[in-house]
Design a binder for this molecule. Sequence first.
Ligand SMILES: [Zn+2]
Ligand SMILES: [Zn+2]
Ligand SMILES: [Zn+2]
Ligand SMILES: [Zn+2]
Ligand SMILES: [Zn+2]
Ligand SMILES: [Zn+2]
Ligand SMILES: [Zn+2]
Length: 400
Amino acid sequence: MTIYPDPDSEKAIMGSLVFCIHHKQGCKWSDELRKLKAHLNTCKHDAVRCPNKCGSQIPRIMMADHLAFTCIQRRAVCEFCNIEFTGQGLEEHTGTCSQEPIYCEAKCGARVLRGRMSIHRVKDCAKRMRRCVHCNREFSADTLSAHGASCPRSPIPCPQRCDIGPIPRAEIDNHLREECKALTIPCTFRDAGCSFKGPRHLLENHIESSIGSHLSLMVSLASRQEKQIQALKSTVSKLSTNYTGTLLWKVTDWAAKMVEAKSKDGLELISPPFYTSQYGYKLQASMFLNGNGPGEGTHVSVYIKVLPGEYDALLKWPFGHSITFTLFEQGNGGSQGGVAESFVPDPTWENFQRPSTEPDTLGFGFPRFISHELLTRRPFVKDDTIFLRVKVDPSKIVAV
Ligand SMILES: [Zn+2]
Ligand SMILES: [Zn+2]
Ligand SMILES: [Zn+2]
Ligand SMILES: [Zn+2]
Ligand SMILES: [Zn+2]
Ligand SMILES: [Zn+2]
Ligand SMILES: [Zn+2]
């Protein structure tokens, strides 16, 4: 059976209204079906072959863009080297063009043509490594000159301009201290008063030729210092002087001192001087461990003498205050017993007149103060030490 087209129904179909097949892509065309074919020959959205024969089918509306940018058969010129490529060739060329300026990978900040980069990296790059010729350490080229100004091995001339010639920076200090002939240094006897100053080699001559004058400078320095020492000594002794009117005399190494006293006749132990009050009489106690006079060989003798004091001119003479010697027993309890002896000075005795010089006569006291026998029987000596108190009766002191 054969189907014959029905001219009427065909005419009806071809006359029906349709949209362009690219309606969804945005074509607004709409007309009778019979006109569609002619429309598609001009429809912006209909795809046609690329005239470069790259094989792509491209909607008319995008063809210009394709031909300019994406067609692999397009003709294109590299903006750096001006060589013409196909589109595909340019894509391969991009990123390798030797004429393209690029930043140095060492981050020196320079832009260099890619083709010259390897030369830059060895010859010009500020970040290339270079060796200091003096110390042989490596530095980047841009820090090498700063290093040169401080390199310890870099030779510099002597700052005193002596004739030694350049020497490594690290050795300059030692050179100036030990050997520089130009450096002016003071004489080693400067503190003694020598004012000579000069370069080292002249100083050596100076010292050799000035032995006499240096020696006399030293002598006068020593005597100045001696005076200072004396002044200090007298200040120290004033500071440590006892002005209370009571001397507590601690005698240590008792056994050894006793042995010595027994072997040497008349050996006298002297106490530190003390004052009866701040502006009072100056007194000193003494002790014969092996006795003296009637106590010799059997007793310990104790004496007091009046020394020339600072305020004697204002005091009443003869010295007239009673004095008590007490030798303490040493116990653990605190309530010590002891031996005590007192006397009131005899105003006619010359030792209580105002002394003009250190008296060499015996003081006033008790030749038989305590017997050796009692001394060992009771605990007067403990830890090889005794305590003797010498007390001036304060009620009878008449001082200004
Ligand atoms: Zn269309
Ligand atoms: Zn193409
Ligand atoms: Zn290029
Ligand atoms: Zn560089
Ligand atoms: Zn160096
Ligand atoms: Zn020098
Ligand atoms: Zn000198």
